[in-house]
Design a protein around this ligand. Structure first.
Ligand code: ME8
Length: 669
């Protein structure tokens, strides 16, 4: 058996704050890490933040702060959320840390030394949102991954000879079937690689926020090469310290990279190719989970449909969220989140099933046996019902363990809960409270056996589900008088270990039932969070807004009303780039934009909120009427008007743009 286990989460971009999508990945990894530790395996669990690249640079510009200030702030938020959630990471890597920069540059040098890097020029499209070079599409095309508009990039770059690795990669996917899981993702990757691989641009020279290419600081290293290498730099790759280098020897290759399904290509194609080129061992396994959906689409900041983990922590606690996500979502597939479903699961499975089992078993031991685990009758005197619980518990240990090992969390929990249900039924059928009323010896012996059996089953289920709901199980464990659950090792778990006469701890309810207001309270907390922190007075007092009227698409072009060129030239049309975009409170059609005209930044309020998410617009080049008199919309001054086609009966706005790259501030005539 392999006695070490190194596992990683993706490192998260710090352009936006964490939500329960990110939390999902970290919870899953935390469950795996805790279980490995309980199995006695030496475990290393890495998470962190991805802090370079154009997306971050622009997010900082949009907030008017330096990239370093932005990354410090948001990275700290991720970290403190993981601490509050009880995520037991062993290390948290930030790509702006010196240890990472040093190791990253070392990897770059190694790729260069091995002859897999050359200088060339890239001219093509780039998706800033995905930080992805988009091959084989023309200027102005949308990104095939996310649908956002790509930008034209034309610059001298360093290239990585990705094309040289197609055969080796296909060989890897065939010979190591567990390299990519689940199967659907593996098939996608195989067909992507079979479609042919082109060399990959791995540097940018038109912005600065990245790690400089060694000996050529005009270039910064492509953010995905930078980010992927965190998995080795964090454990000491490229470190001058012998101790850290031996750490790398100890932990690499990684046992499991856990990722979301949208970043499979980077992890399963680019990453192993970089490692092959560097002559380093390959990951043992990459697992891609599905998406957490909210209101039917992928939860993401740009869609504005996020739920924050903090809200759930405040109202129900971390275990409620952990249990819900692992029980409700079939691991690997997409799954929906809703507050109603969360509260329902919490009340039925945790407060009712497990909570009741724990509190009634422990309360009866306290009351009827003076807080000491009673002695069950000798085997011969036990009933088939007593034996059935013992047998079911033994089977549950085997089945749950196998399901956890296959990352079938939902089924593992379902199996554990079947034992809980069976014990609750057993208690009801054996009526220990009635046995306690009778004072004869045989009733007393029955009572002891029923309570021992229930407590022993409770102990077993508590140990099995501890990695999923660590706080509450730790409390049940200590109420059972067993001390610190983290010291318990799962391979030892078997029926009959609960010490006779063990003094149980103080009995307290572990899951107080969530009342009817829990859903409302969580929704309110989320609502408050979506509101801007401070609202300008003028906005609050402004009259209802009128949005630029739209002309129906079918309106014929007017003929009799022609204007002179001089009239047209009075209109100053200019190219502007969106720096900031946000919804205007209380006006569901309006966005407030700050646009850069090349030397001047202006505020524009535009009626396009139904067609565009604010984040989607950041960095986009648009056309504005620059010499329009300022006017006020919802109390906000709008200094110009943007141009958009008006489509369909509802006049859906579609922004004007360019197929080629154009400088900011250029005039249209
Ligand atoms: O992609 N459902 O960072 P990122 C499930 N920096 N998981 C979700 C999710 C959702 N709705 N939303 C986010 C990046 N995730 C890169 C990674 S790794 C070398 C670099 C989780 O901030 C999921 O794990 O966009 C997904 O892969 C990850 O967050 C993306 O985080």
């Amino acid at each position: 058996m392999d006695r070490k286990f190194y596992l990683t989460t993706p490192i998260y971009y710090v352009n936006a704050r964490p939500h329960i999508g990110h939390t999902y990945t970290n919870i899953v990894c935390d469950v795996i890490a805790r279980r490995q530790r309980m199995l006695g395996v030496d475990t290393w669990f890495l998470t962190g933040t991805d802090e370079h690249g154009l997306k971050i640079e622009r997010a900082a510009a949009a907030r008017g702060i330096t990239p370093q200030a932005l990354v410090n702030e948001v990275s700290a938020e991720f970290r403190s959320l993981w601490d509050r959630m009880g995520i037991t990471y062993d290390d948290f890597i930030r790509t702006t840390e010196e240890r990472h920069k040093r190791g990253m540059q070392e990897l770059f040098r190694l790729l260069q030394k091995n002859g897999y890097i050359y200088k060339g020029s890239y001219s093509g499209q780039y998706c800033v949102f995905d930080e992805l070079y988009v091959d084989a599409v023309g200027p102005g095309a949308p990104c095939p991954e996310c649908g956002r508009l790509t930008e034209t990039v034309s610059e001298e770059n360093y290239f990585f000879k990705l094309s040289a690795f197609a055969d080796q990669l296909l060989h890897l996917y065939t010979n190591q079937p567990d390299f990519i899981r689940p199967e659907t993702r593996r098939n996608e990757v195989i067909s992507f690689v079979r479609g042919g691989l082109r060399d990959l641009s791995i540097s940018r020279s038109t912005f600065k926020w990245g790690i400089p290419v060694p000996d050529d600081p005009q270039h910064v290293i492509y953010v995905w090469l930078d980010a992927l290498s965190n998995y080795i730099t964090a454990i000491g790759f490229g470190s001058p310290e012998a101790g850290e280098r031996s750490n790398f020897e100890k932990w690499w290759p990684v046992d499991l990279h856990m990722i979301g399904k949208e970043i499979v290509r980077f992890h399963c194609v680019y990453w192993p190719a970089f490692l092959m080129a560097a002559g380093l061992p390959l990951p043992k396994s990459i697992m891609a989970h599905g998406w957490l959906l909210f209101e039917e689409s992928k939860m993401s900041k740009s869609r504005g449909n996020i739920v924050r983990a903090e809200t759930i922590l405040d109202v129900l606690g971390a275990d409620a969220l952990r249990y819900f996500l692992l029980r409700e979502i079939v691991f690997g597939q997409d799954g929906s989140f809703s507050f109603d479903a969360l509260v329902q699961r919490f009340n039925s499975d945790l407060a009712n099933d497990l909570g009741n089992l724990a509190s009634r078993t422990l309360t009866m031991i306290a009351r009827y046996f003076d807080q000491q685990v009673p002695y069950p009758s000798a085997a011969a005197a036990r009933t088939p019902a007593d034996n059935a619980i013992a047998e079911l518990a033994a089977r549950t240990i085997r089945e749950t363990s196998a399901l956890f090992d296959q990352y079938q969390f939902s089924r593992a929990l379902e199996t554990a809960w079947s034992l809980i249900a069976a014990v609750n039924k057993y208690i009801v059928e054996n009526e220990p409270w009635n046995l306690a009323e009778k004072n004869d010896e045989s009733s007393r012996a029955r009572l002891a056996t029923v309570l021992y059996t229930s407590a022993e089953a409770l102990r077993i289920v508590t140990a099995l589900v501890h990695p999923v709901i660590p706080d509450s199980t730790a409390r049940i464990w200590s109420q059972l008088g067993l001390g610190d659950i983290r010291k318990f090792r799962l391979p030892e778990l078997k029926w009959g270990q609960l010490g006779l006469g063990t003094r149980i701890g103080k009995v307290e309810p572990v899951f107080p039932r969530a009342d009817k207001t829990a859903v409302e309270r969580m929704q309110q907390l989320e609502e408050q969070e979506r509101k801007p922190a401070a609202e300008p007075l003028a906005t609050a007092l402004a009259p209802a807004v009128e949005v630029q009227p739209s002309i129906p698409a079918a309106t014929p072009v007017l003929d009799g009303n022609r204007i002179k060129i001089d009239d047209f030239m009075k209109v100053e049309l200019r190219v502007a780039q969106v720096r900031t975009a946000e919804k205007v409170k209380g006006a569901d059609k309006l966005l407030r934009l700050e646009v850069d005209l090349g030397g001047e930044v202006r505020q524009i309020v535009a009626g396009i909120a139904k067609a565009y998410e604010p984040e989607q617009l950041i960095g986009r080049k648009i056309v504005i009427v620059a010499n329009l008199e300022p006017r006020k919309l919802r109390g906000l001054e709008s200094n110009g008007m943007l141009l958009a086609a008006s489509i369909g009966e509802e006049g859906r706005p579609v922004l004007a743009g360019f197929l080629e790259d154009v400088p900011v501030g250029a005039r249209l005539k």
